[in-house]
Design a protein around this ligand. Structure first.
Ligand SMILES: [Zn+2]
Ligand SMILES: [Zn+2]
Length: 271
C-alpha cells in the first residue's frame, strides 16, 4: 500500500513538473516568436525560475498524488465521473466555484505574504523575477508553494466536481499561471479591457503587481482587489521592453554606463 501511495505521489509530481515544462516552454517559445529578445539577458534568472518551479512541482504533486490514490482506491473526495450525477448546469457552476475559492485563498495569502517578514522569508523568491518570464509560473519558495498546494486537495473534499471539470480548472490554473508572467498579452483585448476585462486578471494586471508590489494581489478575478481597494488597474510592458532594448544596446557596444545607471534606477523603483 505504501508503495502504491509513493508511486502515485511520484507520478503526480512528474505530471505537474512535465506539464509546467511543456506549458512554460511553449509560451516561452511563443515569446521568442512574437517578441524576439524580450527575455534577452535573463538566462540566469530563467534558470533560477525553473529550479524553484521544479521544486514546487514536488510540493504540488505529493499531496495531489496521495489524494488521487485515495480517490481511486477508497472513494475519497467528491470528484465524480458520471456526468449526470448532478444537473448539467452544475458543471460550469462547479468550475467557477473552484476558481473563485482558489482566487480568494490566493488573494488573502498573497496579501499576507507581502507583510515584511513573510515577504523576506518566502515571497521574495517569486519577486526576484524582474521582470517575470513564462518560466516564473511556479517559481515559489517552498512555504509559498505549500500554501498553493493545499487548495485543490482541500476543495475536492468540500465541493463536488466532475473529473473533466476538475481537469478544466487545472488547465486554467496552469495556463493563467504561465501567461500572467509572460510579459505580453496573448489573450484577445475583451479579456483584459472593457467590461469583462474589468473583472478578469491577465498579464497586464499581474505585471503591475510585479512592478509596484502593494497592489493587484488577485489570481483570476479582480473581485477582491476591487472590493478591498487594492486594484491599481492595468500595467503595461514598456519597462520590460525598455530593459530588453537596453541589454541589446549593451550587447551591440552601446552606452554601458547609461544602461547600468538606468538599471539601478529601475531596481530602486521596483523595490
Ligand atoms: Zn506578490
Ligand atoms: Zn507573480
Amino acid at each position: 500500500m505504501l508503495l502504491a501511495i509513493l508511486l502515485s505521489a511520484t507520478a503526480m509530481t512528474l505530471i505537474v513538473g512535465i506539464r509546467y515544462l511543456i506549458v512554460s516552454g511553449a509560451f516561452a517559445f511563443a515569446t521568442r516568436v512574437r517578441h524576439p529578445g524580450l527575455y534577452r539577458g535573463l538566462d540566469t534568472q530563467m534558470r533560477r525560475e525553473i529550479v524553484w518551479s521544479v521544486a514546487s512541482a514536488a510540493i504540488y504533486g505529493i499531496p495531489a498524488g496521495v489524494i488521487a490514490w485515495g480517490w481511486q482506491n477508497h472513494g475519497w473526495t467528491r470528484v465524480y465521473t458520471d456526468v449526470h450525477a448532478y444537473p448539467l448546469w452544475y458543471l460550469p457552476v462547479s468550475v467557477f466555484a473552484y476558481l473563485f475559492a482558489h482566487d480568494s485563498w490566493f488573494y488573502w495569502t498573497h496579501r499576507w505574504m507581502h507583510r515584511p517578514k513573510p515577504f523576506r522569508v518566502a515571497h521574495a523568491v517569486h519577486h526576484a523575477s524582474r521582470p517575470p518570464t513564462a518560466w516564473a509560473a511556479m517559481a515559489f519558495h517552498p512555504i509559498e508553494a505549500l500554501t498553493g498546494a493545499v487548495v485543490i486537495p482541500l476543495l475536492v473534499f468540500a465541493i463536488p466536481i466532475h473529473v473533466g471539470a476538475l481537469g478544466l480548472v487545472l488547465t486554467v490554473m496552469t495556463v493563467m499561471g504561465v501567461t500572467n508572467h509572460m510579459g505580453w498579452e496573448v489573450f484577445p483585448r475583451f479579456m483584459w479591457s472593457g467590461p469583462l476585462g474589468g473583472w478578469l486578471i491577465t498579464a497586464s494586471h499581474h505585471q503591475r503587481h510585479h512592478e509596484h508590489y502593494g497592489c493587484n494581489y488577485g489570481l483570476y478575478f479582480r473581485i477582491w482587489d476591487r472590493l478591498c481597494g487594492t486594484d491599481k488597474g492595468l500595467g503595461d510592458f514598456a519597462r520590460a521592453h525598455a530593459r530588453a532594448a537596453r541589454v541589446a544596446g549593451r550587447a551591440d557596444g552601446g552606452d554601458r554606463a547609461a544602461g547600468n545607471d538606468a538599471d539601478r534606477r529601475g531596481a530602486g523603483r521596483a523595490a
